[in-house]
Design a protein around this ligand. Structure first.
Ligand code: ADP
Ligand code: MG
Length: 343
């Protein structure tokens, strides 16, 4: 494609600061060194305009988020980020767009010492695929199949914020307070992958997953892979002050925390005896870790709220449940069930 090499040079080539990169952008392959004694953790995520983000999302935020969702997967495995590749499909070579997109991408890459080592650039409907690579010592990987009966179930940060922001961004349930709107939109558009918290939990935590599709749906993956169940207490869910202010009932906030996606917090299971140590280690990174329940031998999820059984109205997003996209599903499920007045 004409101008492709110039584009890659201008927007996607930065000086290399890693000594494990022998060769990066510009040859047929990148040449990289994996540290002895560690496993290579690899993960890919695609973001499609109109599916994973509203089409009018700022390009800086698209660049940030495309990398953030991938780094979140490394965090969920307890892996330290190292390298990424970027396959980008662009409808046109829009220079201001590319400038802002790459600024958002590198704003997140640089503090994590992540090197962009290659990729592919094509023309077509906007789509961004990033593959990240990181390192983890084998015994310290936070695998989905490692939850044990009696473990504490805990989550980082707060839940439901991104779901509330999406309802605002789609014009379904506007937030009039500008400070809350900005804070909640930042939670949606510029999630903070919980890498420091994940590294702090190495050797302490058993299982982990990042919350991309909603707590209930994502925790269920851990339960299925580990052959266990969980009991969660709704009154323990960490809800931000902004989310509490921007929902009309506490139940709306709780249901967003359970079912809406895009928060990119971690859900971890921790042996009960090590809970205080885990919480202190994560707090030392400036991140809250909140205990929300226990792993049980009984399969499935048991939810209660102040001692009474609680039944939410929906269970997060599932791309293959029907033909709807994240954004469309947000319109039909989440907004209808959470943000209209309940009768
Ligand atoms: P090839 O045809 O051999 O696959 P390309 O023309 O696709 O090579 O890419 C040339 C070089 O630029 C390669 O090193 C590739 O990894 C890199 N590259 C292409 N697109 C991107 C991108 N969007 N970001 C980073 N590197 C890229
Ligand atoms: Mg290529």
């Amino acid at each position: 494609m004409p101008g492709e090499f110039d584009l890659i040079q201008r927007y996607f080539t930065r000086p290399n600061r890693r000594d494990d990169v022998a060769l990066a952008v510009g040859d047929d392959c990148a040449l990289l060194t994996v540290p002895a004694g560690q496993l290579l953790a690899v993960s890919t995520d695609t973001l499609i305009a109109g599916v994973h983000f509203p089409v009018d999302t700022a390009p800086y935020d698209i660049g940030w988020k495309a990398l953030a969702v991938n780094l979140s997967d490394l965090a969920a495995m307890g892996a330290q980020p190292a390298w990424a590749t970027l396959a980008i499909t662009l409808p046109e070579f829009n220079h201001p767009w590319l400038q802002a997109f790459s600024a958002g991408l590198f704003a997140l890459a640089e503090p994590h010492k992540l090197a962009l080592v290659g990729g592919d650039t094509t023309r077509g409907p906007l789509s961004i695929t990033i593959t990240v690579h990181g390192f983890v010592p084998a015994p310290q990987a936070l695998r989905r199949d490692a939850a044990q009966v009696g473990d504490v179930v805990a989550v980082t940060g707060t839940l439901g914020d991104a779901g509330r922001a999406l309802a605002h961004a789609l014009g379904q349930s506007p937030i009039t307070d500008q400070t809350d709107a900005e804070w909640l939109l930042a939670r949606l558009n510029r999630p903070s992958p919980r890498l420091a918290a994940a590294l702090a939990l190495r050797g302490i935590g058993h299982a982990a997953i990042d919350i991309s599709d909603g707590l209930l749906q994502d925790l269920q993956h851990v339960l299925n892979r580990s052959g266990v169940g969980a009991a969660l207490q709704m009154e323990s869910l960490p809800l931000s002050a902004a989310l509490r202010r921007q929902t009309t009932t506490e139940q709306q906030a709780v249901e967003l925390a359970l079912g809406s996606g895009d928060d990119y917090e971690l859900c971890v299971t921790i042996p009960a005896a090590r809970w205080p140590q885990a919480q202190a280690a994560v707090n030392a990174c400036g991140v809250t870790l909140t205990r929300i329940g226990r792993i049980t031998a009984t399969p499935g999820l048991a939810l209660d709220w102040n001692g009474a059984a609680f039944m939410p109205t929906q269970r997060g997003y599932d791309h293959f449940k029907d033909s709807q996209s994240h954004v469309d599903q947000a319109n039909s499920n989440q907004l209808n069930s959470h943000l209209k007045e309940r009768s």
